[in-house]
Write a protein that binds this ligand. Structure first.
Ligand SMILES: [Zn+2]
Length: 180
């Protein structure tokens, strides 16, 4: 990292490990770059499918691919990339921004020292039941789904409850597949 690290990896109450602010961070600050291997769309699809499958078997659900442009994606799974530990939240204090082919994690609001850095993984609502959310925020819908689709999932869940009676599902959380 070029400048003094604004965050560090620690145990998280949301899921395994997470990224936490090491100082107060102002809204709009570039906190950390999400780095990784530049891969073709073809390779990206292949890896994503492979991991999705494994995720369903193990409950791990770890997909670390970002879209860079029409041709290339970024796979941040291997190597020195602390940003990959960031968890999803239904009330994120950060967002991932594509800045001329670089993915940066940027503060969406003022963040206090010690707070966990979280953002919207941007998962499509398809297969949302495979990606439970444990973010614990007031507006958590219980699943990792991107913001603009959450109202649809809420509706679906209400319908389910009526039909089947009360039933809560708890599984391990998934990881990111964020499109910028
Ligand atoms: Zn949530």
């Amino acid at each position: 990292m070029p400048k003094k690290a604004l965050c560090k990896v620690k145990e998280s109450s949301i899921h395994q490990r997470g990224l936490f602010a090491t100082c107060n961070i102002k809204e709009g600050t570039d906190i950390i770059q999400y780095v990784g291997e530049k891969i073709s769309k073809e390779e990206s699809t292949r890896r994503a499918l492979e991991w999705e499958e494994r995720a369903r078997e193990t409950g791990e659900g770890l997909v670390y691919i970002f879209e860079l442009d029409d041709e290339w994606d970024l796979d941040g799974r291997e190597g020195e990339n602390p940003a990959r530990y960031m968890n999803h939240s239904c009330d994120g204090n950060c967002e991932a921004v594509n800045c001329e082919g670089e993915i940066w994690i940027v503060a969406r609001k003022d963040i206090k020292k010690g707070e966990e850095l979280v953002y919207d993984y941007g998962y499509d609502m398809e297969h949302f039941l495979d990606h439970p959310c444990l973010c614990g925020s007031d507006n958590c819908i219980g699943y990792i789904v991107r913001e603009d689709q959450r109202h649809k999932v809420r509706k679906l869940l209400r319908g389910r409850k009526k039909k089947k009676g009360k039933k809560s599902e708890k599984k391990k959380g998934g990881k990111k597949r964020k499109k910028s």
